[in-house]
Design a protein around this ligand. Structure first.
Ligand SMILES: [Zn+2]
Length: 67
């Protein structure tokens, strides 16, 4: 019999973890980054070498940033 993986639990929207960042320069998903809460504190695109955190977008929709 084929083995089935454990069922995935849907994650609540508020409690979602960021899987990757989108590089704003080349549009590649980047997995080398560090977050503090919902803020990007460090990121590196291995494709184009972009390491400017402001040039990265959170892969999941971030929503409005009201501060
Ligand atoms: Zn890039």
């Amino acid at each position: 019999m084929a083995e089935q993986g454990p069922p995935k639990k849907p994650t609540p929207a508020e409690d979602r973890e960021i899987d990757y960042l989108m590089c704003g320069q080349c549009g590649t998903p980047c997995y080398v980054f560090e977050m503090e809460g919902s803020k990007i504190i460090e990121a590196l695109c291995l494709v184009c070498g972009n390491d400017e955190v402001r040039m990265f977008n959170i892969g999941e929709e971030a929503g409005a940033d009201d501060e």
